[in-house]
Design a protein around this ligand. Structure first.
Ligand SMILES: Cc1ncc(COP(=O)(O)O)c(C=O)c1O
Length: 388
C-alpha cells in the first residue's frame, strides 16, 4: 500500500499512547487499573427501563436530525436548572453520538485548512486529532505553571499572536486529565476577553460538569452565549459511556450549520438511547449526586496518600482524575515511571505525556474504581516508593 492512499493526517496520527501503554503493561498479568476514563458505576436502573420500553414500543426509526424534541426540551430544562443556561430546544440544541461526535461535528463545521485552534495543554487527545483531520493547526498553551487552569492573560497574548488565522479555542473544565476546574471569575474574564475577539469561537467541553466537589459548576455558555459551543452529554453524569449520547448547545447561527455536519456524519443519535436520555435528564436529573459522593471519598483517599508520599498534586476539584507530579528524586520520565510501577506493583496508571508535552513529568490516576482497589493500589505504591 502506498502512503498516498491515505489522508496524511490519519496516517501520521499515533495510536493513542494510552492504548499503547495499556497493551504493554497487560503482559504483566492481572493489574489494578486506575486508568479508566469512564465511570465504574452501572447506568441507573430507571434509565435502563426507559430504553427497554422504547424497544418494546417500537421506537426504532430515525429521529429528527437534532434529536427527539422531547429530549431537546429535557436538555434545555436540565442545563437551565443546573447551570442557568438558556437555549431554545427548537433551534439551539443537537443530540449527538457522544461528546465525541459533538466535538467532531463542531470542529468540521468551523474549520478551514490552515485555521488555528488553541488548546490548553495537557489535554484530551481527541481535540488534536480532530483539528488535524480538518487540516487545521493546533496551538498549545502549557497550563502546568498556572495550576492547570488557563490564565486569561496568557490566552490573550496567544490569541493576539495568532489572530489572523485563529478560529477557535477549546476549553475543558472540569479537565481530563488534571481534574482541575475553572471558577466564576476566570469564566467572566474569558468572556470579557472573547468580546475583543468577536470572530473566535469558544468550544467548551463540559462533559464532567456534574462531577464537581466544591463550588457549583459555571458554564461558559452563561457568560459568553453568542460565541460558545457548549459540549456536554450523559456519558459521565449518568454512567452511560456505551450508550453514546452527547449534546451540543449553541446559538442558532452556529447550530444551524453544525446540524448539517451532524446529519452527514450520523443522521441522528440512536432512538433508543435518546429515549433513555429523556428519562435521565428528567426523572434522573440528580442521578450524578450519589456517584459524585462516592468519587469524592475516593479522591480524598488518593490525594491524601499520594501527597504523603511526596507527589505534588494540583487540587482536583472535578471529574475523577488526579494528576500527580512524579517526585524529582526518582529522576524518571512519566512513561518509565508508570511502566516500572506496573511491572513491580501491578498497578496501572497513565503517563502524563499521553496528554501532550505539558503532561510530561506527571501521571494520571483515575479513581473511577472501587475504594478497595484504590486502597490496595495506594498501599502498593507506598511500598514501591519506600524502596526507591
Ligand atoms: C474531556 C472529554 N471529552 C469528551 C469525551 C468523550 O465523551 P463521549 O464518551 O460522550 O464521547 C471524554 C471521554 O473520556 C472526555 O474525557
Amino acid at each position: 500500500m502506498t502512503d498516498s492512499l491515505f489522508n496524511k493526517e490519519v496516517l501520521q496520527a499515533e495510536i493513542s499512547q494510552i492504548r499503547q501503554f495499556d497493551e504493554q503493561v497487560s503482559e504483566f498479568g492481572e493489574l489494578i487499573r486506575l486508568t479508566l476514563g469512564q465511570p465504574d458505576f452501572p447506568t441507573p436502573s430507571h434509565v435502563k427501563e426507559a430504553a427497554k420500553r422504547a424497544i418494546d414500543e417500537n421506537f426504532s426509526f430515525y429521529t429528527q436530525t437534532a434529536g427527539y424534541h422531547l429530549l431537546r426540551e429535557a436538555a434545555a430544562a436540565f442545563v437551565n436548572e443546573k447551570y442557568r443556561l438558556d437555549y431554545n430546544p427548537d433551534t439551539e440544541i443537537i443530540a449527538t453520538v457522544g461528546a465525541t461526535e459533538a466535538l467532531a461535528a463542531s470542529l468540521l463545521t468551523l474549520l478551514n485548512p490552515g485555521d488555528k485552534v488553541i488548546i490548553p495543554s495537557p489535554f484530551f487527545t481527541l481535540y488534536e486529532s480532530l483539528v488535524r483531520y480538518a487540516k487545521a493547526e493546533p496551538i498549545f498553551i502549557d497550563t502546568s505553571d498556572t495550576g492547570f487552569v488557563i490564565d486569561p492573560e496568557i490566552l490573550e497574548k496567544t490569541m493576539n499572536e495568532h489572530k489572523d488565522s485563529l478560529k477557535a479555542v477549546i476549553f475543558n473544565y472540569p479537565n481530563n486529565p488534571t481534574g482541575t476546574t475553572w471558577d466564576k471569575e476566570t469564566v467572566m474574564k474569558l468572556a470579557d476577553l472573547f468580546s475583543r475577539f468577536p470572530e473566535v469561537i469558544a468550544i467548551s467541553d463540559e462533559i464532567y460538569s456534574e462531577i464537581v466537589y466544591d463550588e457549583p459548576f459555571v458554564s461558559l455558555g452563561e457568560y459568553l452565549r453568542q460565541q460558545t459551543i457548549v459540549i456536554n452529554g450523559l456519558s459521565k453524569s449518568h454512567a452511560m459511556t456505551g450508550w453514546r449520547l452527547g449534546l451540543i448547545f449553541a446559538p442558532e447561527y452556529l447550530s444551524e450549520q453544525i446540524v448539517k455536519t451532524h446529519q452527514s456524519l450520523v443522521t441522528s443519535a440512536s432512538s433508543i438511547t435518546q429515549f433513555a436520555g429523556i428519562e435521565a435528564l428528567t426523572v434522573g436529573k440528580d442521578d450524578a449526586i450519589p456517584m459524585r459522593d462516592q468519587y469524592l471519598k475516593r479522591r480524598n483517599v488518593v490525594v491524601e496518600k499520594l501527597s504523603a508520599l511526596g507527589f505534588e498534586i494540583a487540587e482536583p476539584t472535578g471529574a475523577f482524575y488526579v494528576f500527580a507530579k512524579v517526585p524529582e528524586r526518582l529522576n524518571q520520565n512519566s512513561y518509565d515511571f508508570c511502566y516500572d510501577l506496573a511491572k513491580e506493583t501491578k498497578v496501572a496508571i497513565i503517563p502524563g505525556s499521553a496528554f501532550g508535552d505539558a503532561g510530561e513529568g506527571y501521571v494520571r490516576l483515575s479513581y473511577a474504581a472501587s475504594l478497595d482497589n484504590i486502597q490496595t493500589a495506594m498501599d502498593r505504591i507506598a511500598e514501591y516508593m519506600e524502596n526507591k
